[in-house]
Design a protein around this ligand. Structure first.
Ligand code: SRM
Ligand code: SF4
Length: 647
């Protein structure tokens, strides 16, 4: 357990390492460029800006060749366990209208994003968030991100209270210590919303085993921060609302029979980001690592962070997450190095019950006589549109009843601490604004689905996601109905690229953008997100959705075991069997569907021909199916005519 110095890298550190080093602990060039009269930041400043919780984006719908991009900033909050006090929510709601694009977006890590903020308004927006008990520091960048915890506010279940407490404390432990944030956005005023826990403060400085960097403004991170983003969750046995297998580090609260905190089980090495056609990048589920006593938990977290800090790959950002270190080393070598930083042997992992996912939507009891209300938000987007006035409803309820909120890891929100006497008045506001609170009235495909923002704001999007999924879900529901699977539902997640922001690789049916209007399709995740899905096909054009899914649903209906979910079925029979069934599948010529023109058989055409077909369809204002049908009929007719001549 001797902690030897990490080996000097044999390859050149990545460009971002130099930018971090030159930034003077996250100050420059952001501080200087913020004062300049420009509408965007330089590439170097953009990298540092991320640590402050902001991404520079442009509205991709407005791109015009040869013209400057429509620059705007996205801001992301850091709020451990998804906790948003009423004052902060109301401030975010106002900021969205005053400086943003009029919407708020609940994220898959329990934060909020504001989109569309102009550079000139960034300082006022961040300062308002901080003055209203919020923060954006460390919401993005190469450091510990928003710490997740189960959102269900079960006040009388002690393990939930421990999960929230430790999510907060670990977030504080790993908060950047640089003064840059307050200097730049608040002119040096340090706004402290709550006194830091003394045990956390002491743990941050405590050394002896090489976990801290002496005489540094950043004792845990040093000048180069982490090699890459680092994601932590704290949960309780059985509650997988935080997708525990996808985190760099997950702690599971362990209590004794009296509900007193004993310690934590520790998982590490999960992560989802990958790149198409680069086999060396992959989604990975976390491994069980050890158990740690409560008294040692901060030391263990620091030991794992220091292992990734010192041994993570700083030369290749595609290979820099903790999951690659654990994959390359193996769990045993990883544990050995963690022990060296921890200063003592790791204890064995304790047995845990199975993990489940529940969304806690609708009206629920929180255990102390009060109620909580889970509201489904389609893809996390809070806005007013047509008859659905969700933004208005939330503002009105939170303003009137001063309710705190927890954002869920599934882009929903839970309002809590509601005295039962207010239930009917709150329900009346929801009804008036067209917000459905009763989860049984929401299509379960919509209820359990998620999609990332993708176009037009995300610079990495290959294709649509948030804007495409409503139609996709509707088409899947129509198909299920047609096939006699009316009540069926499963977890569907979509992303516009393979980075995995809506965690599609854990879904029962995942769509991962692979080229414009096309998706890689992943199958076989479990309804409780405890198993990685597998890629079924690399490219499905969105028009081929029904023809790809129909054979799978038919096979599922025919061969599922009692109560088996779609994801479990796909995992049990295996992807090769699914492919074989699909290739031999001939849809029944259902008269009604033929009449409605709804049956789509699959015929493969090459990329180049597809592009020509698409262009012809746009030119002629006809559907691709119609053009293909005429072309094929003409071809077949010609063949027949030729045969007749020879006869
Ligand atoms: Fe993410 C980058 C949105 C959760 C993996 N993510 C991005 C950026 C910032 C695009 C960029 O770098 O320019 C996206 C901004 C889009 C926009 O227009 O707003 C973006 N990620 C999101 C959010 C908003 C998606 C959502 O639907 O809510 C989530 C914000 C969470 C938060 O509050 O912190 C979000 N991102 C995730 C998750 C899920 C999670 O953390 O539980 C993942 C997969 C888990 C993981 O990290 O392995 C994820 N995002 C990525 C990656 C790939 C990382 C990797 O290891 O390869 C990138 C790209 C990168 O880092 O280079 C990325
Ligand atoms: Fe953007 Fe890709 Fe993340 Fe979607 S998954 S938000 S497209 S980075």
């Amino acid at each position: 357990m001797v902690n030897s110095a990490p080996p000097a890298p044999t390859r050149k550190p990545s460009k971002v390492e130099g930018i971090k080093e030159r930034s003077n602990f996250l100050r420059e060039p952001v501080a200087t460029e913020l004062l300049q009269d420009t509408n965007h930041f330089s590439e170097e400043a953009v990298q540092i800006l991320k640590f402050h919780g902001s991404y520079q984006q442009d509205n991709r719908d407005n791109r015009v060749k040869g013209q400057e991009k429509d620059y705007q900033m996205m801001l992301r909050t850091r709020n451990p366990g998804g906790f948003i006090p009423p004052q902060l929510y109301l401030a975010l709601d106002r900021l969205a209208d005053e400086y943003g694009n009029g919407t708020l977006r609940a994220t898959t890590r329990q934060g909020f994003q504001l989109h569309g903020i102009l550079k000139q308004n960034l300082k006022a927006t961040i300062a308002t968030i901080v003055h209203n008990l919020g923060s954006t520091l460390g919401a993005c960048g190469d450091l510990n991100r928003n710490v997740m915890a189960p959102p269900a506010p079960f006040k009388t279940k002690p393990e939930y209270n421990y999960a929230w407490e430790y999510a907060n404390n670990i977030a504080d432990l790993l908060t950047p210590q640089t003064g840059a944030y307050y200097e730049i956005w608040l002119d040096g005023e340090k706004v402290v919303s709550a006194e830091e826990n003394p045990a956390v403060k002491a743990a941050r400085q405590q050394n002896g085993t090489g976990t801290i960097i002496h005489n540094s403004e950043e004792p845990i991170y040093g000048t180069h921060y982490m090699p890459r983003k680092f994601k932590i969750a704290v949960t309780v046995p059985g509650d997988n609302s935080i997708d525990l297998y996808t985190q760099d580090l997950t702690l599971v609260v362990i209590t004794d029979s009296d509900g007193k905190l004993e310690g934590f089980n520790v998982f590490a090495g999960g992560g989802l980001g990958r790149t198409h056609n680069k086999e060396e990048t992959f989604a990975r589920v976390a491994d069980p690592i050890c158990y740690v006593d409560q008294a040692d938990v901060y030391s263990l977290v620091k030991a794992i962070v220091a292992t990734q800090r010192d041994y993570g790959d700083r030369t290749d950002r595609r290979h820099a997450r903790l999951k690659y270190l654990i994959h390359d080393w193996g769990v045993s070598k990883f544990k050995h190095q963690v022990e060296a930083f921890f200063g003592k042997p790791l204890q064995p992992f304790r047995t845990l019950p199975a993990f489940k996912y529940e969304d806690f939507l609708g009206w629920n009891k929180q255990g102390d006589g009060k109620l909580f209300l889970g509201i489904s938000i389609v893809n996390g987007r809070i806005k007013d549109e047509g008859s659905l006035q969700l933004k208005t409803a939330l503002r009105e309820i939170i303003e009137k009843y001063e309710l705190p909120m927890r954002v869920t890891p599934h882009q929903n929100v839970l309002l809590y601490d509601i005295p039962p006497k207010h239930k009917s008045a709150i329900q009346a506001i929801l009804d008036r604004c067209g917000v459905i609170a009763d989860p049984s009235k929401i299509d379960s495909l919509v209820r359990y689905s998620m999609a990332c923002p993708a176009l037009p704001t995300c610079g990495l999007a290959i294709t649509e996601s948030e804007r495409a999924i409503p139609d996709v879900l509707e088409r899947i529901r129509t198909l299920l109905n047609k096939l006699g699977l009316k009540k069926e539902h499963f977890v569907i997640r979509m992303t516009g690229c393979p980075n995995g922001c809506a965690r599609p690789y854990m879904a029962e049916l995942g769509f991962v953008g692979s080229s414009p209007e096309s998706y890689q399709v992943w199958l076989g995740g479990c309804p409780h997100q405890t198993r990685l899905a597998q890629p079924y096909t690399d490219k499905m054009h969105i028009n081929d959705l029904e023809s790809l899914l129909e054979p799978l649903f038919v096979f599922f209906k025919k061969s599922r075991q009692k109560g088996e979910s779609f994801g479990d079925f796909c995992a049990r029979v295996g992807l090769d069997t699914l492919r074989e069934f699909a290739s031999n599948y001939h849809p029944k010529s259902d008269k009604n569907n033929m009449l409605a023109g709804k049956v789509h058989y699959r015929v493969g055409i090459r990329d180049a021909l597809y592009s020509e077909l698409k262009a012809a369809s746009a030119r002629q204002g006809k559907s691709m199916t119609d053009i293909a049908e005429v072309a094929i009929r003409t071809y077949l007719q010609n063949l027949e005519d030729a045969n007749n001549v020879h006869d």
